[in-house]
Design a protein around this ligand. Structure first.
Ligand SMILES: Cc1cc2nc3c(=O)[nH]c(=O)nc-3n(C[C@H](O)[C@H](O)[C@H](O)COP(=O)(O)OP(=O)(O)OC[C@H]3O[C@@H](n4cnc5c(N)ncnc54)[C@H](O)[C@@H]3O)c2cc1C
Ligand SMILES: *[C@@H]1O[C@H](CO)[C@@H](O)[C@H](O)[C@H]1NC(C)=O
Ligand SMILES: *[C@@H]1O[C@H](CO)[C@@H](O)[C@H](O)[C@H]1NC(C)=O
Length: 531
């Protein structure tokens, strides 16, 4: 079989030289792809204006009224027409089976400097809003580190950042949502108006209605972040230090504005604390996002050897510090990407556009990546941080790990999809507990060493651990739970009521169906198991 043999050898070659293939073919293609996307967005932007927001909303209402005229048995469920590959979620929801509604809403609508809020359309991105706000001295109370994430996507999914230990999840600082329901009617959801809808829109992933505008709270900022890098030896030592800095245990402990840790191996971590600052000529200034600079996590790692360090970083560059190497995801694609020569000549080609990577993902690649890579963000109680690290080490053996704390507020029973934190985790004298994001990204050690590994087994064990300690999986990533297990993790009581009351039942897909992987993960997981 010479042909099959040739194919096998070709695949072997491409696998062995993956970095080269990516640099020669993917990065330039991704770059051009990005140029085209930017061009399209610019055209969208030029041809739209905040003044026409209402007209655009009416056009969407018309599309939905048309859908309502289709006989009930012929109607498909509703979803947005935004292609899967443009979204940052790792799943590829089967939009082809839905009736798609075009929600092209890209405008920043109104900055209210008196009330410190901003009203935006849902497709405005983190990159755009930081560019708009920071020169004016503001930022969103909660922003994400990825420039391509949209403000609407974060609202209906979830958002969490290194400032969340002071303010909680992204949706805590959303004051209103404008939503078009199944019948084409436009409603506003605020803490006082349609409050049940307001409480269930976060973590709903577009399963209740179409978001057409939202209002977010702002904070005043200074132009720089004063960053401290503190290397810590010993698991208990760094876990205790993160907990202390996050305000767990002692709510009055003076906390910093930004807090993050990168764990490089079970016994070593670098803790980063950031506070707003004006320019200070006594400190070195670091433009971390410039193309020739070392990848941020590699730079951070250097302090394990060099010891403590303090510097200034321009605020926007701080917020986008992980953008170029997409945390540490790019390393497994381009192993030599952080080499100074590569950075100097080709560093500007990074990051590969997530949209491009998704656009070129064939079913084969999808199966291969989910069984050979792990890509999860999990929200877990910080008092179990040592157990989280042990569990992740046992199941995946992937480093670095990303950790940053977040307040999870107790909003009472059945107040949304997030369950109230268990009483044992509540910070004394407050109505919140400190949780943390555990970001596990990369190729598991077992896969690298070609040892026994079954992705579905490992993921399901991690999910079981998460349920056992009262945590939550981010739903942008693949989940491996059955419907029953999903119901244990999330509280769908109010959500199911809202679906009926606002007519989403029978019009929009159910949350579980919307976020579960589009492929049969159990079957593919077993086929691709490394024995
Ligand atoms: C490497 C990496 C690291 C990440 N780290 C973090 C992290 O640290 N913290 C964090 O918070 N997140 C993190 N994320 C995830 C990110 O928050 C999510 O992907 C988020 O959903 C934003 O993506 P998006 O704008 O593409 O939204 P989408 O995926 O497009 O939207 C989310 C959901 O909402 C629906 N939707 C979107 N807009 C509308 C609308 N107007 N009307 C109705 N439905 C709509 C979509 O159909 C989808 O189901 C990370 C992602 C990656 C790739
Ligand atoms: C600011 O908030 C106040 C009180 O909440 C409200 O009455 C006022 O209308 C708001 N201002 C604007 C410009 O929306
Ligand atoms: C954001 O929400 C949190 C939690 O409700 C609150 O403590 C904080 O004050 C809010 N931020 C702003 C800027 O209002």
């Amino acid at each position: 079989m010479p042909k099959a043999n040739f194919k096998a050898r070709l695949i072997q070659f491409l696998e062995n030289h993956r970095g080269l293939v990516i640099v020669v073919f993917c990065l330039p293609a991704s770059f051009i792809f990005n140029l085209l996307l930017t061009l399209r967005r610019t055209i969208n932007r030029l041809s739209s204006s905040p003044k026409h927001h209402e007209n655009r909303v009416q056009a969407i209402q018309k599309q939905i009224q048309k859908w309502n005229k289709i006989p009930k048995i012929e109607r498909k469920l509703l979803c947005t027409s935004r292609p899967n590959w443009l979204s940052l979620s790792t799943t590829f929801y089967r939009k082809d089976l839905c009736h798609q509604i075009n929600i092209d809403l890209f405008d920043i609508l109104e900055l209210d400097e008196h009330n410190l809020t901003i009203r935006v359309e849902p497709m405005v991105t983190v990159g755009e809003i930081t560019k708009f706000l920071i020169p004016k001295g503001y930022t969103l109370a909660v922003t994400l580190e990825i420039a391509d994430a949209t403000l609407g996507g974060l609202a209906l999914g979830t958002g969490m950042t290194t400032h969340s230990h002071q303010v909680g999840l992204y949706h805590e600082n959303i004051t209103s949502y404008d939503v078009i329901l199944h019948d084409g009617s436009l409603v506003r959801a605020t803490p006082n108006e349609n409050s049940d809808l307001y409480r269930t829109l976060p973590w709903s992933h577009g399963s209740l209605g179409f978001l057409v505008a939202l209002t977010l709270k702002l904070v005043k900022v200074k132009p720089f972040i004063k960053m401290n890098y503190v290397p810590v030896q010993g698991k208990k030592e760094y876990c205790d230090m993160i907990r202390l800095l996050s305000g767990d245990g002692t709510p009055d402990y003076p906390t910093v504005d930004y807090l993050e840790a990168t764990i490089f191996n079970p016994q070593q971590a670098v803790i980063m604390t950031g506070t707003y600052s004006d320019y200070d000529s006594s400190l070195p200034l670091n433009h971390v996002t410039r193309w020739y600079k070392p990848w941020f996590y590699k730079y951070t790692e250097s302090f394990l050897k060099k010891g403590k360090h303090t510097e200034l970083i321009p605020l926007r560059e701080y917020l986008l510090r992980h953008n170029r190497p997409i945390f540490w995801v790019v390393e497994s694609m381009i192993p030599f990407g952080n080499h100074p020569v590569f950075r100097f000549f080709l560093g500007w080609l990074l990051p590969p556009k997530p949209a491009f990577l998704k656009f070129t993902t064939t079913p084969g690649v999808r199966a291969y990546t989910f069984t050979r890579q792990v890509f999860q963000d999990i929200v877990l109680p910080i008092r179990k941080l040592e157990d989280q690290i042990d569990k992740s080490n046992e199941l995946f053996d992937v480093y670095p790990l990303l950790v940053y704390p977040c307040r999870i507020y107790d909003r009472g029973p059945a107040s949304g999809q997030l369950r109230a934190p268990r009483s044992e985790y509540i910070v004394e004298g407050t109505n919140y507990a400190i949780y943390n994001d555990l970001g596990i990204y990369g190729v598991p050690g077992y896969v690298k060493r070609k040892e026994k590994y079954n992705a579905v087994y490992a993921m399901r064990e991690m999910e079981k651990f998460t349920r056992d300690v009262g945590g939550f999986s981010f739903l942008y990533a693949d989940i491996f739970m059955t419907r029953d297990e999903f119901d244990q993790m999330f509280d769908l009581k109010l959500y199911e009521n809202v679906r009926v009351k606002y007519g989403a039942e029978g019009s929009f897909p159910h949350l579980y169906d919307k976020v579960k992987p589009e492929i049969n993960v159990f079957e593919i997981g077993d086929q691709h198991e490394i024995k």
